[in-house]
Design a protein around this ligand. Structure first.
Ligand code: HEM
Length: 131
């Protein structure tokens, strides 16, 4: 196989954004994520770190995730720096992952795609720990 053919194959592959179902599914995941953060006792600690009104964060996370998954890009900040002001350790990372795992499952994300995203979220959330 020539390198040209390899490139063509790579371009044909769907992005995670497309595989997941595009904007509608990303929106569903984000909405579930913050509903869970707002109500799960395990997430009370990280909920308290967020503003009282989660409305603006629903928009920001939607924008970030859309670009991160390979869809439209409109989030242009450094996500890592955005988390430096907050004390994030194992407990906070685990609470965030609990909300995201439930949100993915509730949004119908299963199988290999779930495993892929779970792995990527876990790596990112682990990297945000600063204490
Ligand atoms: C590891 C545990 C995490 C904790 C405790 C945490 C907590 C927070 C807090 C307190 C804020 C500020 C919210 C506000 O202004 O009301 C924030 C912002 C944000 N978080 Fe996280 N976060 C975590 C992980 C993540 C991960 C893994 C992602 C992405 C997959 C993410 C995406 C975002 C985004 C996009 C913002 C908005 C930043 C901005 O532009 O101002 N967070 N997070």
């Amino acid at each position: 196989m020539t390198s040209d053919a390899t490139t063509t194959e790579a371009v044909k592959q769907a992005s995670p954004y497309e595989m997941i179902g595009g904007a509608a599914t990303v929106r569903r995941i984000v909405d579930r994520f913050y509903d869970i953060m707002d109500s799960a006792p395990e997430a009370a600690g990280i909920r308290a770190m967020h503003a009282a009104d989660l409305g603006p964060m629903r928009e920001t996370l939607f924008e970030f995730l859309s670009g991160w998954l390979g869809g439209p890009r409109s989030y242009a900040k450094c996500i890592m720096s955005a988390h430096r002001p907050f004390a994030i350790g194992d407990a906070e990372r685990d609470a965030w992952m609990l909300c995201m795992r439930r949100a993915l499952t509730d949004s119908g994300v299963t199988g290999e795609l779930y495993d892929l995203l779970d792995d990527a979220f876990l790596r990112m959330a682990s990297a945000f720990r600063n204490r």
